[in-house]
Design a protein around this ligand. Sequence first.
Ligand code: PRX
Length: 634
Amino acid sequence: MSDKKEMTGDVYFPTPEVVQSAHIPDYDKVHDEATADLPGFWGKIAAENFEWYKPWNQVLDDTNAPFYKWFINAKVNIIHNALDRHMRTATRNKAALIFEGEPGDTKVYTYQQLNYEVCKFASVLRAMGVEKGDRVTIYMGRIPELMIAMLASAKIGAMHSVVYGGFSTEALLGRIEDSSSKLLITCDGAWLRGKTVDLKEIADKAVERAGSIQNVIVVKRTNQEVGMVAGRDHWYHDLMALPIASATAATEVMDAEDPLFILYTSGTTGKPKAILHTHGGYMVGTATTLKWVFDLKPEDVWWCAADPGWITGHSYIVYSPLINGATSLMYEGAPTFPYPDRWWQLVEKYGVTILYTAPTAIRGLMRFGESWPNRYDLSSLRLLGSVGEPINPEAWRWYHRVIGRENCPIMDTWWQTETGNFMITPLPSAPLKPGSATRGFPGVQIDVVDEEGQPVGINEEGFLVIKGPWPAMLRTLYKDPDRYVETYWSRYSKQGWYLPGDSAKKDEDGYIWVIGRIDDVIKVSGYRLGTAEIESALVSHPTVAESAVIGIPDELRGNVIHAYCILRSGVEKTEQLKLDLKDHVGEEMGPIAKPTVINLVDSLPKTRSGKIMRRVLRAQTLGQDVGDLSTLAD
Ligand code: PRX
C-alpha cells in the first residue's frame, strides 16, 4: 500500500478501525497471492465458503479460451448456498429480506419464510411443466415475488430472463422471442411515484405477438383491473394456494457450469445481447466480492437500491446477500416519493448500515439540499457504495459528507452485466480518491492500453482491458457464441484479453479513472441503452425513414439522448411530431429511453460504406471540432 505522503491528488484515508475490522486489511498481500496462483486462490475460497454436492477436479479450464470453464465437474446449485444450507443454522430465523412498498406497506421474510415461498413456487413451476434448461421470462416491479420467482427458477434449474419493469412492449417482446420462453411471470401493476404502471397490459401486448408463451403467472400488487385470458393467465396467489404448491421441493443438482440465467444488455450494434451466467462461478464471485468489498458482517442491514431487473440487483440484491446470510432491504418506489426524504427515512427506520446506489440517484437527491437528510439519524451507516457510471467528485464529496457524515468510506465499484461481479473497486482498507474506482479486485489484472495493447502513459486515455478470466465472468452470449468472441475477445485476441468497451486513465498511484463507453452504448441515469434499439423504435414510427441517436453529457443523468430523424417524403416537420416521436419511443422501449431532443434533418453524416458517424453528430451538437472527415461520404 502506498504511503500517505506518496499519494497524489485528493486522497481520503481509512481510519484504523475500518482497516482493522475489514475482511481484507492488506490488499497488496492478497492481490499478490491471487496473481501468483489464480486457480489456487479461487479454489481455496470456493472450498472454504460454499457447499458443493460434489467437488471439482480442476478449478479452471482454459484450454478452449475464451470459453473458460470454472470448477470443472463440480455439482452445485446456487440456491443450496443461498437458502437450503441456512435452514440448518441460526440464520434460518434471521431476516433475509425487509421489504417496504411505496405506499408504505412492509413485509419481512426470514430465511425460513423465504425458503418456504421459494419451495412452493418452485413446485408450481414444476407442475406447470417448467424443466431444467427452460427459459422463464420475469417482468415485474420491485417486489419480493420478483425475487421469489428468480430463486424458484434457479432452484429447479430453469434459466430466468428478467426484463426490467421500466421497459415496454417492444423491449419485452424482443427478449421473450430471443429466449423462446414458455412462461412469463408478471404482476398487475407496479407502484411508481404514487401512480401505477400497467405492467400486465404491456405484457399482454407482448405475449399476443410472441408465439412461445404458453402460460402467464400474475402477482397481484396494485389491485388494479386487469384482463385475464382463460387457460393462459393464472393468479400467483391462486396457484400458491393449490396442493401443487408443495413446500417440499428438491433443489435440482446442477453442474457448476450449467446456466443460471440470461440477462439482456445493450451492445454496439443490432439487438440486445443475452449475457449468460452459470451456477458455480457466479456464486463464488458475487458472494466473495460482496463480503470483501462491503465488509459484510452478520449484524449489517445491506441496502442495494438498484432494481433486481438489472445485473446490480441480480448479483447484489438477490443472490450474494443471501449466500452471505445477510439481511437486505428492498424498497419498491421512487427515492423522492412522497418527499425527497424517503430514502433517509428508510435508513433511519431500518438502521441501514451499508447503502449502495448510483451516482445519478445521489445527484438527484443532492438537488433537494441537505435539509432533507439532515432531519434523520443516519449514524447507522458505516459504508457507502456507488455503481453504474463514473461518479463526479462533487457528488462523491456530498455523499461522503452529508450522507456518510465523513465516517463512511465510499466503495466506487466498476463492473458490468458481463463481469457478474465487482472488478475495479476499493476495499474498505484502501485510500480513496473521489471519482476513481481505484484498483482491480484481488486477482483481477486491469490495464489501460492503446490499439496495439501497449500500456498508455500515466494519466493518458486508453482502452480498459482485463487480462485473464475470473469465476463470475459471462460464459457466452446465449445462442450466439461467435458474437461473444467477436465483441469481447477479438481486439486483443493475441494477448487473450477481455475488452469491456470502456475508456479509462491510470494515474501515478495505479488508480483507474473510468471515463466512459467507447462504443454506441449510452448510459442514461446509469441505465445501459443501445443506440440501435432506440433507433429501431424511432423508425418503427410511420413518419420516420431513418434515424441516429447519440448521448450528450447531462449534469443530472450522466447522459441524455438526442435523436436525429430523416422523415419519409411528404411528411411535414412539426413540433407536434417531435413530441409524438418522443412518446412513441417511450411506449416502444420504456420511459428511460425517451430522447430529450429530436432533430428533424434532411441527411445524416455517413461513411462511404453507409455507417452513421455518430462522432460527427456528437461534435456538432456540442459545438466541438468535428475532426477528421476524410471517410465521410458526402
Ligand atoms: O461504462 C461502464 C459503466 O457501466 C457499464 C456497464 O453497464 P451495465 O452492464 O449496465 O452494468 C452496470 C452495473 C454494474 C460499464 O461498462 N460503469 C459501471 N460501473 C461504473 C461504470 N463507470 C464508471 N464507474 C463505475 N463505478
